[in-house]
Design a protein around this ligand. Structure first.
Ligand code: ZN
Length: 438
C-alpha cells in the first residue's frame, strides 16, 4: 500500500474553496466516513453480551464463554467472561450457544436504487458495512433522508470510464488526465470514500486518478479486463474488483490481444469472450503468474474475486465446457493468490446465478472456502481485511475495546462451517440492536 494512503488522517485538503480538516476529535477522517448517519446508542447505556463464542475478526481461535461489554456505541471490553467487569445498570443478553462476530463488510454491493436491498440482502444477513462501487450519490442521499436503518454505506460515486462507457448512467466519461483528477476531487467533495475505475480508462488516466486519490488519502479500486492488471497496479490502484480483471495479464499475450480487440470494439462481447479467455489460461506453467502474485503481495493490493457471479459447472444451467473450465481456472487463481499471501476480501455483487435472492454474499464465502481459504480466514477477510480496504480499521472490523459496536450473533460455528453465516440471529449497529425486518 502507498504510504500516503496510510497517513491520510494527517492530511488537510482544500475542497470547493474551503479548507477541510480531515481528522479531528469529533470523529473519523471525513474521507473514510460512511455517507449515512447511523444513530449511535445513548452514551449512558451499557449492553453486556455474555457466554458467547467470540470470533473477534483478528483471525485467532475463538474464545469460548466470552463476554463483550458495549457502552453507548463503543466496545469497552471483549474477552473471557471471568475477567469482565459488568456495569450495574447494564442490559444483559445471554448469547450461550451463539458465536459473536464483528459485523460483516461487503466490498461490492449494488443497491440498484432499491431501498429494500440494503436491508433485506445486507443488514438482515449481518452485513453492517458495504461499498457501492460506482453509483451516483443521489439515491443514497434520498435513502438517508428517509431515516431507514441500513448498513454503513461507503460510496465511490460514478465510476471513471472512457468512451464508450459500459454503463453510461453510472459512469463519468473521462477525457484527459486533468479531467480524471478533477472527477476524483469532485467525488471526494461529494462524499466518496473510494474511487472506482472501469474497464476502458487508459493507464495514463488511471495514474492521474490514483495520484488525485492519494492526495485525499482514499483508495482506488478497479474493474479492468481491457487494461492489464499489472499495468493498473503500477499506475497505483489499491484494489481489484472481480477475478476476471486478471484475465489479460495472465493469458497468452496473443489471446489477450484478441480479447482486447474484440471487447474494445463492443463492450457486450465481454460476456462471451471472458469465458473463452479464461478457459485457455494455463495456470500451472505460466511465466506471468509469479510476477503478478509477487506484485499483488508487495503492493498490498486488495483482491475482491466476486467468484459467485461467474460460477459455472458442468451440468448446471447454461454451462458449457468452456464456461465450466473458465470458472475452474478462476477458482484456482483465487487459491493461488491466497496461498501466496495476497489480501482477499469478500464482495457479493448483490446477485449471483446459483444463490437464492439476497444470498450472493453467502455463496461467495462458500466459494472462497472452496478456493482453499479456511472458514476462519474467510471471516477475517469479511471483517478485518475488508475494514482495511475501506480505510476504517481504526474504528470497525474487529471486536476490541475502543471500536464501534457493529456486532452479529450467529447460531452455530461459522469458523468451522462457513454456511452457518446464514444463521444470523441478531445484529447490532452502533450499539443498537437491529431487529430482523423480514
Ligand atoms: Zn459491480
Amino acid at each position: 500500500m502507498r504510504p500516503i494512503f496510510r497517513c491520510a488522517a494527517l492530511i488537510a485538503m482544500v475542497a470547493m474553496g474551503k479548507l477541510v480538516v480531515l481528522a479531528d476529535e469529533h470523529g473519523p477522517p471525513v474521507k473514510h466516513r460512511e455517507m449515512n448517519s447511523i444513530t449511535p446508542a445513548a452514551e449512558s447505556r451499557a449492553v453486556v453480551i455474555t457466554h458467547a463464542r467470540l470470533i473477534d475478526g483478528n483471525g485467532g481461535p475463538p474464545i469460548e464463554n466470552a463476554c463483550v461489554v458495549v457502552s453507548g456505541d463503543k466496545i469497552v471490553f471483549a474477552g473471557a467472561q471471568t475477567e469482565a467487569t459488568i456495569p450495574d445498570d447494564a442490559i444483559t443478553f445471554d448469547a450461550g450457544g451463539k458465536s459473536l462476530l464483528p459485523g460483516l463488510f461487503d466490498s461490492h454491493f449494488h443497491s440498484r436504487d432499491s431501498a429494500d436491498r440494503p436491508i433485506q440482502y445486507e443488514l438482515n444477513n449481518g452485513i453492517t458495512s458495504f461499498r457501492d462501487p460506482g453509483h451516483p450519490f443521489k439515491f443514497y442521499d434520498w435513502l438517508d433522508r428517509n431515516s431507514l436503518t441500513i448498513p454503513r454505506v461507503f460510496l465511490c460515486g460514478g465510476h471513471l470510464d472512457a468512451v464508450p462507457p459500459a454503463w453510461p448512467k453510472q459512469a463519468v466519461v473521462i477525457e484527459s488526465a486533468q479531467h480524471a483528477a478533477a472527477a476524483v476531487d469532485a467525488h471526494v467533495a461529494r462524499g466518496a470514500s473510494a474511487i472506482k475505475i472501469y474497464m476502458r480508462l487508459p493507464v495514463e488516466h488511471i495514474a492521474a486518478a490514483c495520484e488525485a486519490a492519494d492526495r485525499h488519502g482514499i483508495p482506488v479500486t478497479a474493474h479492468l479486463e481491457l487494461i492489464r492488471a499489472d499495468a493498473a497496479i503500477n499506475a497505483g490502484v489499491d484494489g481489484i474488483e472481480h477475478v476476471t480483471s486478471f484475465g489479460t495479464a495472465l493469458a497468452d499475450p496473443k489471446q489477450a490481444g484478441i480479447f482486447e480487440e474484440v471487447v474494445g470494439n463492443d463492450s457486450n462481447a465481454r460476456r462471451e469472450w471472458r469465458p473463452r479467455l479464461w478457459s485457455n489460461i494455463e495456470l500451472e506453467n505460466n511465466p506471468r503468474l509469479k510476477p503478478l502474485l509477487d506484485q499483488l503481495l508487495h503492493q498490498g493490493t486488495f483482491v475482491s474475486p466476486t467468484l459467485a457471479i461467474f460460477e459455472s459447472r458442468t451440468g448446471q444451467k447454461n454451462a458449457t465446457s468452456v464456461t465450466a473450465l473458465a470458472f475452474a481456472n478462476m477458482l484456482r487463481f483465487t487459491e493461488l493468490c491466497h496461498q501466496h499471501g495476497v489480501k482477499i476480501v469478500v464482495g457479493s455483487h448483490t446477485a449471483a446465478p446459483f444463490a437464492e435472492q439476497g444470498k450472493a454474499y453467502l455463496r461467495e464465502v462458500e466459494l472462497l472456502v472452496e478456493a482453499g481459504m479456511s472458514p476462519l480466514e474467510v471471516i477475517t477477510a469479511a471483517t478485518k481485511t475488508n475494514s482495511e480496504f475501506f480505510g476504517v480499521q481504526d474504528r470497525l472490523g474487529t471486536i476490541q475495546p475502543g471500536k464501534l459496536a457493529d456486532l452479529i450473533l450467529v447460531d452455530g460455528f461459522p469458523d468451522k462451517t462457513v454456511q452457518d453465516l446464514d444463521n444470523v440471529s441478531r445484529v447490532m449497529l452502533g450499539g443498537n440492536w437491529v431487529d430482523p425486518q423480514n
